[in-house]
Design a protein around this ligand. Sequence first.
Ligand code: 4AD
Ligand code: MG
Length: 477
Amino acid sequence: MKRVKVKELSAFIDQQVKVCGWVRTKRKSKKVVFVHLNDGSCLANLQIVIGFNMVTEETFQAITTGACIAVTGQVVVSQGKGQQFELLAKEIDIIGLADPEEYPLQPKKHSYEFLREIGHLRIRTNTFGAVFRVRHAMSYAIHHYFNKKGFFHIHSPIITGSDAEGAGEMFRVTTLDPKSPPLIEGEVDYKKDFFGKETNLTVSGQLEAELAAMGLAQVYTFGPTFRAENSNTTRHLAEFWMMEPEVAFYDLNDNMDLAEDLLKYLVGYGLEHCQEDIAFLSERDLAHQQTLPADKRNELSLIERLEFVIDNTFERITYTQAFEILRNSKPNKKKKFEYQISEWGADLQSEHERFLVEKHFNKPVIVYNYPKDIKAFYMRANDDGKTVAAMDILFPGIGEIVGGSQREERFDNLLQRMEELNIPQEEMSWYLDTRKFGTAPHSGFGLGFERWVQFVTGMANIRDVIPFPRTPGNAMF
Ligand code: 4AD
Ligand code: MG
């Protein structure tokens, strides 16, 4: 018999089916044993009712939390509370044992810290099942959205020879022996390396997306990106996924419109297609909020926060306006910001971003036209000579979730900016070529996918929204 998924069982009432999954709990009553089984297809467990005389003592003992079993039986409308239907077991096969003395996931509350240490098993919990189903739905919805709008998905390379963001926080890719690399004049001779040059893991697919946009007009990349920044925060990973659209003939306003429309679509998709998981995560989040000090607590529930994004127009302010607001504000009556912004040109810290979103405007905020000195070389210079056509989208609880810009499409301006920043032209000739041949205004942005999944699931730590997180000092599994 073929397996039927728990999610689809309501279509099989009064029929014989086979289900396979992992035991969550086992409970004995007077006449029967109740087993709760989860098969990953949905949050809900299936209640399996086993008559006492139906299984041998040996089988009964083998049904422990974590064990994998297959059950054949009849789907019936449940008489008990808590589930619409249940399975009356006729036959039980033990597929995989889980020794209760050793299996670390017992039916009780475990801390996220503990679960991170058993990342290979945490996927079997309600919370992580829900998070990764929502993550999948968001990834699918991104492709759906762009496909619907006539964008083309470009697979940008993971190994590159360029530093797209110019921040220099890259992981080197090499096949040279670190103990005895070939040397030339005392330095490592990368000409002898695998690619005949220095290479690294990509920090962004943007530059390649720009090349593609100058032929396909509307493209997006969606892949893993890598940053060797030593940031141990709840919002930084060394390996994270980024989705980056790039659109020819778009200016900064079009770019902001696209980003806002996408994010609203994604929230709507989640609310529609992940109802059960999001409702569960919302309760989880509520319980978590209660453990926080009053001033850190979110007044809105997760579902309210999501609806809030759909219902509100994102506030759009320039960096200069943001600077004025921040210079004249205190995060609360007594406290100052940790970094008080006093000079125009300083970068916004996450405490500032969150203040703007959570306290000042109380809605998502797009800050645009940033000082050029704190932004990447490829952003389009504004006429004031001081700012570039950049934009960051700031979200409650997260801070920056999107970073983007209109790109500098004017050859001379780009070349000059690269010279100012000592970016070697020879290595970037392919990039400059797009400005030399048929250049066009274009814009794009990058959505940090894990930060987005954090927002949609309400998970406080970015390590809990990617199956196998990579952070400084940690690359398990
Ligand atoms: O602002 P960033 O650095 O922008 C770029 O990489 C551009 N090339 C994007 C573009 O215009 N096509 O990164 C974009 C987003 C950030 O807003 C943030 O959400 C996320 O990527 N991000 C990180 N997420 C997790 N861990 C990190 N270390 C991240 N660094 C950036
Ligand atoms: Mg950024």
